[in-house]
Design a protein around this ligand. Structure first.
Ligand SMILES: Nc1nc2c(ncn2[C@@H]2O[C@H](COP(=O)(O)OP(=O)(O)OP(=O)(O)O)[C@@H](O)[C@H]2O)c(=O)[nH]1
Ligand SMILES: [Mg+2]
Length: 350
């Protein structure tokens, strides 16, 4: 399935129905008073988060979204019918922004959470409201309120507890495939992962957490190198980052990315350039592919990280399974220490 995480649409609420100008007409009642009812309200445009959706793909290809108009009032003070609301379903984590005013209207995080984004026009008043002592037969009514049009930009930021970070080929997708039921594509060439994947990891009998695997980052990602760094938005909502560094790749050159520690530093820089808030997020450093590294070399690597101020470096082999269980346990422990996920009544997380 294609993954779409940005889309622009125009939404329009319904017009209110017009009020009715009508007079009572009954046998034996020669001067029936006004009895025109009010128009119905126009339909609202409502956005609702739906946990069953994984991307904004369904919103592509239809640029115009309109709620129904209210119908006019009628005789015998009958109120017109309200226009049907238009409910637009979006994946959890969708940010809704007004393009013309350049402001964030809301974010929908929890399944079923909804928000009226454009209100329908009010119903017009029927002539029954305009009767006075001097005018017993008013013909006056008001038209319904107009519907409102808004240009919206929807941006999806996946909702996950843990984000996987690393250079291409670091082993991110392999890790998510061994700790969760996610089955992303894995291959020995860079940029295998082109769109984010989510995986649910069981922690004990009753608990689980969600991990997001994103495309690899390289030096210069902030300037658009590789796939750029826009995919970092999908780990923005996480509480913890796992920063994967391939321990088996050490080159003999002066490139800062030649060693695991060098690569870690390069990505830390890219992270800061994307967002200081994300760079401040707690992180566990995970050395990967240790089946291809001698125990002595691994010890030396860990010592290098320690000397650089990084404590508690984890080491795993997704192939042999070594270290994977203890990494999962440490991840869960850390998540429990950290603040709970963003509360729904605090949508901007500030
Ligand atoms: N020897 C060994 N190879 C591994 C291990 N984990 C992953 N690999 C291999 O490393 C290569 C890259 O793995 P991926 O999981 O696709 O890497 P990725 O970080 O998701 O890469 P991108 O999606 O390109 O960013 C694949 O050929 C994997 O088989 C490991 O623990 N040991
Ligand atoms: Mg991958």
């Amino acid at each position: 399935m294609r993954f779409v995480d940005e889309v622009e649409i125009v939404v329009q609420s319904g017009r209110g129905g017009r009020g009715s100008a009508s007079f009572r007409r009954e046998k034996f009642v020669p001067f029936g008073g006004p009895d025109g009812g009010d128009g119905g309200r126009g339909g609202h445009v409502i956005f609702m988060a739906d946990a069953g959706l994984g991307s904004l793909l369904d919103l592509r290809g239809r640029a115009q979204w309109k709620a129904a108009d209210g119908t006019a009032g009628d005789f015998r003070q009958m109120t017109g019918a309200d226009g049907d609301d238009l409910v637009v379903r979006v994946p959890r984590g969708t940010v809704i922004r007004d393009v013309d005013e350049d402001l964030v209207i809301c974010e929908l995080l929890a399944d079923g959470e909804s928000r009226v984004v454009v209100e329908g026009g009010k119903g017009g008043l029927g002539n029954v409201h305009f009767k006075t002592s001097t005018n017993r037969a008013p013909r006056k009514t008001t038209p319904g309120g107009p519907g409102e049009t808004r240009r919206l930009r929807l941006e999806l930021k996946l909702v996950a507890d843990v984000g996987l970070l690393g250079f291409p080929n670091a082993g991110k997708s392999t890790l998510i495939s061994v700790i969760s039921a996610a089955r992303p594509k894995i291959a020995d060439y860079p940029f295998t992962t082109l769109v984010p994947n989510l995986g649910v990891v069981r922690a004990g009998d009753d608990n689980s957490y969600v991990v997001a695997d994103i495309p690899g980052l390289i030096e210069g990602a902030a300037e658009g190198k590789g796939l750029g760094h826009q995919f970092l938005r999908h780990v923005e909502r996480t509480r913890l980052l796992l920063h994967l560094v391939d321990a088996s790749e050490v080159r003999e050159d002066d490139d800062p990315g030649a060693t695991p520690l060098g690569r870690w530093r390069v990505l830390r820089d890219e992270l800061r350039r994307y967002s200081q808030a994300l760079a401040d997020r707690p992180e566990l450093v995970v050395l990967t592919k240790i089946d291809a590294v001698s125990p002595e070399a691994l010890d030396a690597l860990k010592a290098e990280f320690l000397a650089a101020g990084v404590e508690g470096v984890h080491a795993i082999s997704a192939v042999s399974g070594q270290g994977v269980t203890s990494l999962s346990a440490a991840t869960w422990e850390r998540l429990r220490e950290l603040a709970p996920p963003l509360a729904v009544d605090d949508p901007l997380g500030v």
